[in-house]
Design a protein around this ligand. Structure first.
Ligand code: S3P
Length: 450
């Protein structure tokens, strides 16, 4: 069990304009994958710009437990000496993935086709989240999984001694499930096929190819079919991790709602499977420009410039865009509170099984800040109050969820009265420099006594 220390309340007060350059940390999804694929290659993979957030550090520790040599070389540079596909050793102790659904689900996939047993756990948030979505396909490879009721952690996975490849259609749009199946397929002789009816982030496919695996992607009537040929010899790589668009979302959205702001967020990964928020913000009328668009290490990257936008209007967010902005709905709902008219977000029931039930967490916190919201199982509707129109003056629950904590702090930067979160500790899982970075731009954040 890895619950972090005492709660760390934090408050954001309305401040002057946010100005300057925001160097956000490396991409969380790509960082996890770089460590895991590095551990499955033979030889030394070098990673620069790794996110040194707690989620990724927990994955680094897990890779060591499975036998890889993972070294922090300072300044975001890391080295991984991998053990090869099928080379994982059996961990001597429980694997604690902390707060990270991506970490635990991808690692379960990576070990499920090796003849070893591992027991996984995590913090109080992760122990509530469903693991059946990955163990169902993993058992088709021949693995076994025994967890608590509802497929919750702690859970023991017994890897398949003689894995067979799998053909699996994703029942939910989840890059974690897709990735778990592909990673398991590495050690199954033959072709493993994953079909995703809705495209989700494709970092695993791109990186597998980069490491030398044979991965074919076909658009079919049933969706994207990804075919991996098992038993590749993965070649170690040099990986430059782009900066995380999901972290960039916070300084960008804060700049849009705090009067007079102009913030530049350089070097942001803009893989189309991740960039839905920025399209949505532009449709709302946000003054957001992409500069210096380029390709870095196979991923599209640009510098984002966000300026205070007092003419934003609520829109209907197309539900088919949800997978490309799934982590950004909490902060979008804050921007929506400062727009004119209502913003309708449908097709988002996956938010209910994230680090927290994000529809409920945002609805209750926004209501406490004086914003009118409507919700159902799959929908959140926010009635905007216009620029500067949100009363604020509330303490919102973060619910062990980094993105909920950061979203409400962004709300407090523009609301009439301060907004607090009961615990900003989880922010360290994905954006450990959030407080200093936002303060450096001019935000007024402080830690009241708990
Ligand atoms: C992730 C996939 C998404 C996302 C998570 C990171 C990944 O989860 O919410 O933050 O790196 O594969 P789902 O696969 O559950 O949609």
């Amino acid at each position: 069990m890895s619950d972090h220390g005492p709660a760390m309340p934090m408050t954001a007060r309305r401040a002057g304009p946010l100005t300057g350059t925001a160097d956000v940390p490396g991409d969380k999804s790509i960082s996890h994958r770089a460590l895991i694929l590095g551990a499955l290659a033979v030889g030394e993979t070098r990673i620069s710009g790794l996110l040194e957030g707690q989620d990724v550090l927990d994955t680094a520790r897990a890779m060591r437990a499975f036998g890889a040599a993972v070294t922090d070389q300072g300044g975001g540079d890391w080295s991984v000496h991998g053990v090869g596909v099928g080379g994982f050793a059996e961990p001597q102790d429980v694997i604690d993935c902390g707060n990270s659904g991506t970490g635990v689900r991808l690692i379960m996939g990576a070990m499920a086709t090796s003849p070893i047993t591992a027991t996984f756990t995590g913090d109080a948030s992760l122990r509530k989240r469903p693991m059946g979505r990955v163990t169902t396909p993993l058992t088709q490879f021949g693995a076994q999984a025994y967890g608590r009721s509802g497929g919750r952690l702690p859970m023991t996975v017994i890897g398949a001694a003689q894995p067979v490849p799998v053909r699996y259609t994703l029942p939910v749009a989840s890059a974690q499930v897709k990735s778990a199946v592909l990673l398991a397929g590495l050690n199954a002789m033959g072709q493993t096929v994953v079909i995703e009816p809705e495209a989700t982030r494709d970092h695993t496919e791109l990186m597998l190819r980069g490491f030398g695996a044979e991965v074919a992607v076909d658009e079919t009537d049933d969706g994207r079919a990804i075919t991996l040929t098992g038993h590749p010899e993965l070649q170690p790589q040099t990986i430059a991790v782009p900066r995380d668009p999901s972290s960039a979302a916070f300084p960008v959205c804060a700049a849009l709602i705090v009067e007079g702001s102009e913030v530049l967020v350089p070097g942001i990964g803009l893989n189309p499977t991740r960039a839905g928020l920025f399209a949505t913000l532009r449709e709302m009328g946000a003054d957001l420009t992409f500069e210096n668009e380029r390709d870095e290490g196979g991923e599209p990257v640009a510098d984002l410039r966000a300026r205070f936008s007092d003419g934003m209007r609520g829109i209907e967010v197309p539900p088919d865009r949800a997978p490309s902005m799934i982590d950004e709905y909490p902060v979008l709902s804050v921007v929506a509170s400062f727009a004119e008219g209502k913003t309708v977000m449908r097709g988002i029931k996956e938010l209910r099984v994230k680090e927290s039930d994000r529809i409920d967490a945002m609805a209750r916190g926004l209501e406490a800040c004086g914003v009118m919201v409507e919700e159902d199982e799959d929908t959140l509707i926010v009635h905007g109050m216009g620029p500067g129109g949100v009363p604020g003056g509330a303490v919102c629950e973060a619910r062990l969820d980094h993105r909920i904590a950061m979203s409400f702090l962004c709300c407090g930067m523009a609301a009439q009265r301060p907004v607090s979160v009961d615990d900003a500790g989880p922010i360290a899982t994905s954006f450990p420099v959030f407080e200093g970075l936002m303060t450096g731009l001019g935000a007024d954040l402080f830690r009241p006594a708990s």
